[in-house]
Write a protein that binds this ligand. Structure first.
Ligand SMILES: Nc1nc2c(c(=O)[nH]1)N[C@H]1C(S)=C(S)[C@@H](COP(=O)(O)OP(=O)(O)OC[C@H]3O[C@@H](n4cnc5c(=O)[nH]c(N)nc54)[C@H](O)[C@@H]3O)O[C@H]1N2
Ligand SMILES: Nc1nc2c(c(=O)[nH]1)N[C@H]1C(S)=C(S)[C@@H](COP(=O)(O)OP(=O)(O)OC[C@H]3O[C@@H](n4cnc5c(=O)[nH]c(N)nc54)[C@H](O)[C@@H]3O)O[C@H]1N2
Ligand code: SF4
Ligand SMILES: [Mo]
Length: 741
């Protein structure tokens, strides 16, 4: 008999509602959920392929232990015993900092790691923590943290109401959006133009998004901060500055006034490769628009001036009066667990970095992490604190992080490695033990992370659909059992349950200090029928900004309310939140944080001048990929090869490259050979290779991916250059040489 289940798609940031047609425990059809309050039926090819992902025979279902070159399926007890021996052996021999941890991107898309990774890290007690954040959005966390007080306080374009959108380094027609959660981004972008609005896309490539926009501005890679400061210069010179809702609560305006004269349109034009009159016009358009939003994403983060560019996006939004107003850029109000809805409204501890520095390269800690670009050095450089064991959770750094060849070699050098992962891939093939969590349909889902970045306030909970098959474990159980082991215990089911109780007990005790909530015991009593992530989410919802406060507000949200609303609960469009949203110590916005100003003076101003000639490499995304890990799904990879080198016809002609023929691409650190795709959809002097490919290495077990291997673009990216403020890797603007292979 067919049944229908509803579920939020966990694959990207867009949070689409899926309608899953089930025969027993098998998904036979995936449709967009027309009744979903947010996605209204939208579905992309990846969401449709969820069925194949769940059924993928290569997805691991039992723990694996490596014996020589072979992996053997073992019981969970054996697997955890092997972890205990390996991990504790390294800790006894070399101390806790000898264990590194790497947390990958799906951690943000899954409740278990979002909630329980912290316990794992506490158990490990290491300072050597790394994550995909430093190949992604860390610059935005730093700029948001310094300006507004919490790293998650990112102003989000009011997409459904804006009149003018200036987008830099983002291609939502492929990515479905990032740090801008919205199902059906293509539809929402088209709607801006349909209602008479304007979209300008700044990108070295004429992406699909640029094609669909009113204007494509073909910037030289890595120069967004210069362009944005150029806009600031024009805006200040226009005399039309209007801080809008930021007026009277913003510090540092005079510092911006002092720096801006360096960045005249004429000064930034040659750096950015954009005519000075275009810089003037782009700024004037922002000033003239009734409402406007500037939005920057991965292209603006994964570059040398990533934090400065991320900051200047919001400086421009503020100077044009668009921060915190409908149609501009607003702060979402997440129903659960956001740092800018807790504590004292309008004031907080603020944000700082550099509380410690990494051992080998002396890089500052940011959000408790070190730059993943330095992971290989930390493994390969001898001395006290050298990383000798690694724990990975949902990460594939061998494909996703810079100078991948070196990291690959480094992982082979470890004394012990354990991976919580669903595949044996380029990274986990180095693990001594692989612990696979139960499949997507066996877990509960709630987008704790992305509702803090959403263009609309929404809450949608998906309960587990299928029971856990015998012999499998939930991801949260794996993480807590690892945490227990790392803390010196056995890693038993009882210890896991005990830790889970301890965690919710701690949360309740802290919340009970609020005078609008009942006692901790009363709250725990009300949650007693739940366990694991569901219990924590229920707690966060009920104590959150729309919560029922355990009965005090009977109309308020709880998990039970969401369970009764399988298509989600719409909490309305984004609303102005200044100054309540702030969590800076001053209770004010810092328009010119000291770290930024110092970096402008130390690096940005001196970098004005003629650019270095030569080809540079950027990345790109394809709608049917998801970083490195969905290439094992035939429907998503079949067809024309997508791991190709995009190059402009003039550059191709100059280098004697022809469409379809192989080219060799070399950088300071590595070399790859891949087919050429000649296209005028890229700026001359720039070439592009998508990341996430390079499959089929010995020891991996992803048969389809191996067939469509492609090459690993991060063999070319250089780990020695990072954005100093955030530790973020530079993945775009890499100097390369290209010739026919
Ligand atoms: N289909 C698909 N969707 C995804 C993913 C995926 O792999 N595939 N990954 C997900 C993840 S983890 C993320 S973080 C998001 C990212 O989402 P987006 O930020 O939208 O990422 P991209 O589609 O890579 O678009 C980045 C654009 O930046 C351009 N660019 C490169 N260098 C520069 C530069 O120096 N300046 C400017 N202005 N532009 C530059 C590139 O040409 C590219 O078009 O996508 C998410 N969604
Ligand atoms: N050159 C270049 N490099 C890039 C980028 C770029 O634009 N250009 N983009 C960067 C970005 S934005 C990101 S986010 C990173 C991603 O970097 P990573 O997170 O390191 O890489 P992913 O490819 O997302 O790998 C995800 C891993 O999680 C596993 N996995 C999937 N689902 C689950 C699950 O439910 N539980 C567990 N435990 N494991 C699971 C997969 O098998 C895979 O091993 O890549 C970065 N790398
Ligand atoms: S856009 Fe993202 S959330 Fe929506 S169906 Fe596709 S992968 Fe899933
Ligand atoms: Mo990402």
């Amino acid at each position: 008999m067919r049944t229908i289940e509803y579920r939020t798609c966990p694959l990207c940031e867009a949070t689409c509602g899926l309608e899953l047609h089930m025969e027993g425990e098998e998904v036979v059809l995936v449709r967009g959920d027309k009744d979903d309050v947010f996605s209204k039926g939208y579905l992309c090819p990846k969401g449709a392929a969820l069925k194949d992902l769940v059924a993928d025979p290569d997805r691991l279902r039992a723990p694996l232990v490596r014996r020589g070159d072979e992996y053997v399926e073992v019981s969970w007890d054996e697997a955890f015993a092997a972890v205990r021996e390996g991990l504790m052996g390294v800790i006894e021999r070399h101390g806790r900092d000898a264990v590194g941890a790497y947390l990958g991107n799906p951690c943000a898309h899954n409740l278990a790691p979002i909630i329980y990774n912290r316990a794992l890290l506490q158990g490990l007690g290491t300072t050597n923590v790394f994550s995909a954040s430093t190949v992604d959005q860390m610059p935005k966390h730093v700029s948001a943290g310094l300006m507004f007080g919490t790293p998650i306080s990112v102003p989000i374009p009011d997409l459904d109401h804006t009149d003018h959108l200036l987008m830099l380094g983002a291609n939502p027609f492929a990515s479905n959006g990032s740090l801008m959660t919205a199902p059906d981004l293509p539809g929402r972008l088209r709607a801006i133009r349909a209602r008479g609005g304007r979209i300008v896309v700044v990108d070295p490539r004429r992406s699909k998004t640029a094609e669909e926009a009113d204007e494509w501005v073909a910037i030289r890679p890595g120069t967004d901060a210069h362009l944005l400061f150029g806009l600031v210069n024009v805006i200040l010179a226009s005399g039309r500055v209007d801080l809008g809702r930021a007026e009277g609560i913003t510090d540092g305006f005079e510092v911006i006034e002092r720096l801006a004269p360096h960045f005249t349109p004429e000064a930034v034009a040659p750096v950015c490769g954009i005519p000075a009159e275009d810089v003037r016009r782009l700024a004037t358009e922002l000033l003239d628009a009734r409402t406007a939003a500037v939005y920057g994403r991965i292209g603006t983060c994964t570059q040398e001036y990533g934090t400065l560019a991320s900051w200047l996006v919001d400086v421009v939004n503020i100077l044009t009066g668009n921060l915190d107003r409908p149609g501009g850029a607003l702060f979402p109000k997440n129903a659960a667990g956001s740092a800018n809805t807790g504590g004292t409204p309008g004031r907080g501890r603020g944000f700082r970095t550099g509380r410690r520095h990494s051992r080998v390269e002396g890089k500052p800690e940011v959000l408790g992490e070190f730059p993943v670009a330095t992971l290989a050095s930390e493994i390969l450089t001898p001395g006290e604190g050298q990383i000798r064991a690694l724990v990975t959770v949902a990460g594939n750094p061998v494909v996703s992080t810079p100078d991948a060849g070196r990291l690959d070699a480094a992982l082979a050098d470890l004394e012990f490695m354990v991976s919580v992962d669903i595949y044996r891939n380029e990274t986990t093939r180095h693990a001594d033990v692989i612990l696979p969590p139960g499949g997507i349909l066996t877990k509960e889902h709630f987008d704790l992370a992305f509702y803090s970045l959403s263009i609309r306030n929404v809450a949608n909970y998906s309960p587990p659909i299928n029971p856990l098959p015998p012999g499998e474990l939930h991801e949260w159980e794996i993480l807590l059992r690892l945490a227990a082991i790392a803390g010196g215990a056995q890693g038993s089911a009882e210890e896991c349950a005990g830790l889970d109780d301890l965690i919710i007990g701690g949360l309740a005790a802290k919340a009970a200090q609020r005078d609008d909530l009942p006692t901790a015991d009363e709250m725990l009593e009300a949650l007693a029928h739940r366990r694991g992530p569901a219990r924590v989410v229920d707690f966060m919802l009920r104590t959150g900004p729309y919560g029922d406060r355990f009965g005090a507000d009977p109309e308020g949200l709880s998990l039970a309310v969401l369970e009764a609303n399988p298509h989600g609960v719409d909490l309305g469009p984004l609303q102005p939140r200044l100054p309540e949203v702030l969590r800076t110590p001053t209770g004010r916005i810092d328009l010119a944080p000291d770290l930024m100003v110092a970096d402008v003076e130390a690096r940005l101003i001196p970098s004005l001048g003629a650019p270095t000639p030569g080809l540079v490499l950027v990345g790109r995304r394809d709608l049917r990929s998801n970083n490195s890990w969905m290439h094992n799904i035939k429907v998503l990879v079949k067809g024309r090869p997508r791991c190709t080198l995009h190059i402009h016809p003039d550059d191709a002609a100059g280098l004697g490259l022809t469409d379809g023929a192989p080219a060799r691409v070399r950088s300071r650190v590595g070399e790859v050979v891949l087919p050429v795709e000649v296209t005028d959809g890229i700026r001359p002097g720039v070439v592009s290779i998508p990341h996430g490919w390079g499959h089929g290495a010995p020891g991996t077990a992803m048969r389809v991916a191996a067939e469509y291997a492609g090459v690993n673009s991060n063999v070319l990216t250089d780990a020695s250059v990072i954005d100093p403020l955030s530790g973020n890797a530079v993945l775009n603007g890499i100097p390369v040489e290209v010739d026919a292979a």
